[in-house]
Design a protein around this ligand. Structure first.
Ligand SMILES: Cc1cc2nc3c(=O)[nH]c(=O)nc-3n(C[C@H](O)[C@H](O)[C@H](O)COP(=O)(O)OP(=O)(O)OC[C@H]3O[C@@H](n4cnc5c(N)ncnc54)[C@H](O)[C@@H]3O)c2cc1C
Length: 219
């Protein structure tokens, strides 16, 4: 484990593991934090779509194909009680440019297990039971606070990557100030619009864009 890594990755799901492997392959130092004590053993994602040749670059395509299998046919029941079976894949043959055209059915916990195995081969590992609890960014990098089973840690890194899922703590914290600034700007525009009855097209567009950007940030 590197005391002053270039990168701290928050979250060791599919995204964090993939990034960790790519950094390890390039010799970039990092720490990969995961708040769970153990790997997630459920499966949300069941299918990996074509373009899985990225797994070839990572050196795990054979293992993933061995862990998974082809999709079964899709059965649709019709109103008259009959049924129709179709292939989910388009059936087009693989080519040299696009060698893995068929979707692969493999549960997410197996995909992540293969990714962790590859990471271990590259001499790295997930730090389970390590939760990111806060961070401060400055001009030179970021100071990260981590809760570990042994107590709190403070780590200095050049980059922090939020790979911590849909309700990302990192994105929420990072975007909170930007969101407030945009909301203030938007509120000021709205008051001006109301008081002057101004319907300038440019203003309308920019407000929509402001809210759109802010809501994306807040998600
Ligand atoms: C019902 C359902 C079906 C799906 N089906 C498919 C499918 O068929 N194929 C497909 O490709 N995708 C599918 N997906 C999407 C897929 O599950 C997600 O895209 C994938 O899990 C995203 O991976 P991730 O690593 O970005 O996030 P996650 O898998 O959410 O991992 C984030 C990790 O960050 C950790 N974390 C969070 N906060 C902190 C913190 N503060 N400190 C440290 N660690 C933290 C979490 O514990 C978690 O392990 C499906 C999703 C759902 C909900």
């Amino acid at each position: 484990m590197c005391a002053t890594p270039d990168v701290v990755i928050c979250g060791a799901g599919a995204t964090g593991l993939t990034l960790a492997i790519e950094l390890a392959r390039r010799g970039v130092s990092f720490r990969l934090l995961e708040q769970r004590e153990h790997p997630f053993n459920g499966s949300r994602g069941k299918g990996i779509q074509p373009r899985s040749q990225i797994f070839e670059d990572m050196g795990i395509v054979d293992r993933l194909f061995a862990a998974g299998g082809p999709y079964p046919r899709w059965r649709t029941y019709l109103a008259d009680g009959s049924s129709r079976d179709t292939d989910l894949a388009d059936g087009a043959a693989s080519t040299a440019a696009e060698p893995y055209r068929q979707p692969l059915m493999v549960p997410q916990f197996l995909t992540e297990a293969v990714l962790r195995e590859r990471l271990a081969e590259l001499g790295q590992r997930v730090e389970f039971g390590h939760a990111l609890t806060g961070f401060e960014q400055d001009a030179d990098g970021v100071t990260v606070r981590i809760a570990t089973p042994e107590g709190g840690q403070s780590v200095r890194a050049r980059y922090l990557v939020g790979a911590d899922g849909g309700r990302s703590f990192v994105r929420q914290r990072r975007c909170a100030s930007a969101f407030r600034a945009r909301r203030w700007a938007c509120g000021r525009w709205w008051r001006t619009w109301c008081s002057k009855g101004c319907r300038a097209r440019r203003g309308t567009t920019s407000t929509k864009m402001t809210w759109h950007a802010a809501s994306r940030c807040a998600r």
